[in-house]
Design a protein around this ligand. Sequence first.
Ligand SMILES: O=C(O)c1cc(=O)[nH]c(=O)n1[C@@H]1O[C@H](COP(=O)(O)O)[C@@H](O)[C@H]1O
Length: 285
Amino acid sequence: MGQRFSQFKTFPERLAHSFQTSHSMLCVGLDPDISRMPTGYGTSAADIERFCVEIVKATAEYACAFKPQIAYFAANRAEGALENIIGRIHELAPHATVVLDAKRGDIGATAKQYAIEAFDRFQADSVTLSPYMGHDSVEPYHAYPDRGLFILCRTSNPGGNDLQFLVTGREEPIYQTVAKLATNAWNPHQQVGLVVGATYPDEIRAVRRLAGDAPLLVPGVGAQGGDLLNTVKNGLCSQGWGLLINSSRAILYASSGADFAQAAAREAESTRAAIQTAKDQAHSG
Ligand SMILES: O=C(O)c1cc(=O)[nH]c(=O)n1[C@@H]1O[C@H](COP(=O)(O)O)[C@@H](O)[C@H]1O
């Protein structure tokens, strides 16, 4: 981010710029799986970088955000490629918010290092975090008040039920306690958003009620079969935005042939259009 968004002092301002410039709530996920590289690409860090940059070029005009998932890079000794890719996103899609999907969470001293990793090393605009270790595991990120923190709340996977639905002493499921704590007590700079899966649109409604206009990162459309229409209906903020709707595999692997970038562009364009249609329906109904 650095110079790039220096006119914006807060994360909500930066995100509003991404939404308004792109006219999109689509977040393109960068999850480069080396077993699914397209024709003409090997599995080296250089190949991963080249593949992701082609996807960024092809989809930039349809996306408000890009979300690289760090495990796909670290597993293949490609963190350097990830740094380069984020640098290229800043050049090729200067409007786009970069979400580093790292799902970090640790004691304060270690969290401080994770914050340096996300924001100084990788120059991400925002990062995903686990709430499990509580307020002091989030505090070190407040040293970067203009960056976003997306805290796992109601995740898209079936196992999310194991813990997130347990009823707390406040007589509500844990995910609702997370939504309240994260967007209030853990949020002195209004930089906190929540992760809520498109596979659970009823919970998106509940979270939106509890979280005011906080941005929601919503994975689970596309490959996980989430419900786009109800996600949008239930999740829009009072400004009519507020959702980063992520799709990774459905876009990245729309084709495994030499036309993968064109196929990715078509998939991104149609996902953005489907989001817009859902938004229009939400406003009319
Ligand atoms: O934090 C996330 O991004 C995340 C949270 C969640 O609840 N579910 C979820 O799928 N994700 C991530 O979102 C992406 C979903 O990828 P696709 O299912 O291929 O669109 C992956 O990078 C997941 O790690």
